[in-house]
Design a protein around this ligand. Structure first.
Ligand SMILES: [Zn+2]
Length: 276
């Protein structure tokens, strides 16, 4: 088990889990179509998989009020986010870029964001206008039960670090550059969208490199992150959901590419290695 308690940082967390979710707590969100109005950057998820998990775990859902104070999960997320703050502040400072810390909202079911309604179906994502990551941790149940991921805290940390990677792209100007490109809306294995996602994986690898230097990981921990990166690959999700594997529709990259992108950051620790 990774020694997260060795990380000193405190992230900017807003816990809305007990604050009366817009949906959730027994209210089914199946069939409710909620489109995010603006661009956002998710990890990759198929809403049908999420619905299956919600339907089977509904009776186990926590009631509102359960999360009135800090719980171990919030402390874990805060430490991970805080350590990404420390890492990116230092790294970008050396590039002459100041780093405004992102916010992370924990929610259940659905909550409002400046990108529209953030829902569990959307999966963990980053909303650029409010510089906030939205996370319903039941996404990790989807990873394990529907995508056969190992799960574990390092897998969860990878997902957070990937979303932080999108914040870094917002801060260092990469995101604006890419979104102004006429080809940005296209999908496919060589698309800008895929390259942006693979860079966020590489950035997550950079953070993992820095954390590893601090002696946080124990043998096997990093495998959880690599496994999670593979399990959210477009080809894997397509085959797992009974679709034919079609690279032309890809938005996040294949399992092999995502694994390689994370490992590129993790093995080198070099910001330059993660160039788009
Ligand atoms: Zn992403």
């Amino acid at each position: 088990m990774a020694r997260w308690d060795k990380l000193g940082g405190i992230g900017n967390i807003e816990d809305r889990r007990g604050a009366g979710a817009v949906l959730g707590g027994g209210v089914t969100v199946v069939g409710v179509i909620i489109a995010l109005a603006l661009n956002y950057f998710g990890i990759n998820v198929d809403p049908a998989l999420v619905d299956r998990v919600i339907n089977t775990t509904q009776s186990n859902q926590q009631e509102s009020g359960e999360f009135a104070g800090e719980d171990p999960y919030e402390q874990f997320v805060s430490r991970v986010l805080g350590s990404t703050d420390e890492y990116w502040q230092q790294e970008l400072q050396s590039q002459g870029v100041s780093y405004p810390k992102p916010r992370l909202v924990l929610f259940r079911g659905a909550t409002q964001s400046q990108c529209g309604m953030a829902t569990l179906q959307v999966g963990p994502h980053y909303c650029p206008p409010d510089q906030t990551i939205y996370l319903d941790e039941r996404f990790f149940d989807v990873l394990i039960s529907e995508l056969d991921a190992q799960g574990g805290e390092t897998a969860q940390a990878y997902v957070i670090a990937h979303e932080v990677g999108h914040h870094v792209q917002q801060v260092n100007g990469t995101m604006a550059r890419v979104m102004n490109d006429p080809g940005y809306r296209q999908t496919g294995e060589n698309s800008l969208s895929v390259r942006l996602e693979l860079q966020a994986d590489c950035y997550a690898g950079l953070w993992a490199y820095a954390v590893n230097e601090q002696g946080i990981f124990e043998p096997g921990d990093i495998d959880q992150a690599i496994d999670a990166a593979e399990k959210v690959g477009d080809d894997y999700i397509q085959s797992q959901t009974g679709q034919s594997v079609n690279p032309e529709t890809w938005t996040h990259g294949s399992s092999a590419e995502r694994k390689a992108a994370f490992q590129k950051g993790f093995s080198s620790g070099s910001y330059e290695q993660c160039r788009l």
